[in-house]
Design a protein. Structure first.
Length: 250
């Protein structure tokens, strides 16, 4: 398949790496010249081209720009009625995409994160996209959501990534201070949570079940969890998610 990327930031680079070795022809825009050149050197079948050439030469076009730039750049590009367009951009609605990418009509929106580079990531999409499923369905979990509002709620859900990773980083730094081996401490914390996530992925376990298994009265996990609740950490997280709702139209 001929696949084009307009915008060459971290997420575009992760998707290109996730598609490596599958026989696709990949064109990346020259907007970030350093990243584009690195991808062309690293991924077989990847080349760098101007935005217009990327669109003209692609069956599927991924839009990976910030919203303000997208509104400036997209109207001048030669989109076609016979190509699929997949946006990974926040703050650009489906209605707006239909106008910006006309005459293309096969337009979908999704939320890739950096883990897509190695597979196993979650890809909510609205509306359902045959092209996205064909490209990533074998390596990642592609699932359609019922509405654009539902997708926007998943955008907010994806924003959990940074605060939760930051909490794990803080815990790993504390552990490293105690052990004198910060690298091993980070690996330990990451491995602990990777184990829990594998448990959820391969069984009927959910968050309630995981927490029940860590709820021994007077235990270390229960004590730290209670402290976090008492200091308002959970309330702060919910307040932060609520603060995203106006931006996402929720």
């Amino acid at each position: 398949m001929r696949i084009g990327f307009i915008g060459t930031g971290e997420i575009a680079a992760a998707m290109v790496r996730g598609l490596a070795g599958r026989g696709h022809q990949i064109m990346v825009s020259e907007r970030n010249a350093q990243v584009a050149a690195q991808l062309a050197a690293e991924v077989d079948g990847a080349t760098v081209a101007a935005n217009a050439d990327v669109v003209a030469g692609s069956d599927v076009v991924f839009l990976c720009l910030v919203a303000d730039v997208a509104r400036q750049v997209l109207p001048s590009l030669p989109f076609r009625a016979d190509q699929a367009v997949i946006s990974v951009m926040v703050d650009v609605s489906h209605d707006a995409l239909q106008q910006l990418c006309a005459p293309a009509t096969d337009i979908a929106m999704t939320i890739p994160l950096s883990a897509i580079s190695t597979g196993g990531s979650m890809l909510p999409v609205y509306p359902a996209s045959t092209a996205l499923t064909a490209l990533f369905g074998d390596s990642d979990h592609v699932f359609a959501v019922a509405s654009e509002a539902a997708l926007n709620a998943h955008f907010a859900g994806s924003a959990l990534s940074a605060p939760l990773i930051a909490l794990m980083q803080t815990g790993a730094q504390w552990l490293g201070d105690q052990t004198g081996d910060p690298k091993a401490a980070e690996g330990y914390v990451a491995g602990v949570f990777a184990g829990f996530l594998r448990q959820m992925a391969t069984s009927d376990a959910d968050f309630d079940a995981l927490l029940q298994g860590l709820a021994t009265e007077g235990g270390l996990n229960a004590s730290l969890k209670a402290h976090m609740q008492e200091t308002g950490a959970h309330d702060a997280l919910v307040a932060g998610l609520e603060a995203l709702k106006p931006r996402l139209g929720l």
